[in-house]
Write a protein that binds this ligand. Structure first.
Ligand code: FES
Length: 113
């Protein structure tokens, strides 16, 4: 069941940028495209744990700041020759606020235990 929670105003995340946002279910990296779409992913790069929220957002992708692997913000899949996937969580913008599906974040916490 989808359970949208309000995590921050859209303006807290710069366009073509990202920020770590705190939720009641732990931190999540939120990325904002030039078109004001938002995507929520785990912050940790599957290569060597680079902080993806410090990466470069281009189109609907992010480039990891450590070794330049590129991940789709929509699927979390590594692009090109690289292999790996980052967990993604449903996110949307409503009335200038960022909403994330808490049910998915809760599932993540359980899975990590
Ligand atoms: S840690 Fe992200 S590309 Fe190496």
């Amino acid at each position: 069941m989808t359970q949208w929670i309000d995590v921050a105003p859209l303006d807290d995340v710069p366009a073509r940028g990202a920020r770590m946002l705190k939720t009641a279910h732990g931190c999540v990296a939120v990325f904002r495209t030039a078109d004001d779409e938002v995507f929520a992913l785990d912050n940790t790069c599957p290569h060597k744990q680079g902080p993806l929220a410090e990466g470069i957002v281009h189109g609907k992708s992010v480039t990891c700041p450590l070794h330049n692997w590129v991940f789709s913000l929509e699927t979390g899949m590594a692009q090109g020759q690289d292999v790996g996937q980052v967990a993604t969580y449903p996110a949307r913008v409503d009335a200038g606020r960022i909403l994330i599906d808490a049910a998915q974040l809760t599932g993540r916490a359980v899975a990590a235990e």
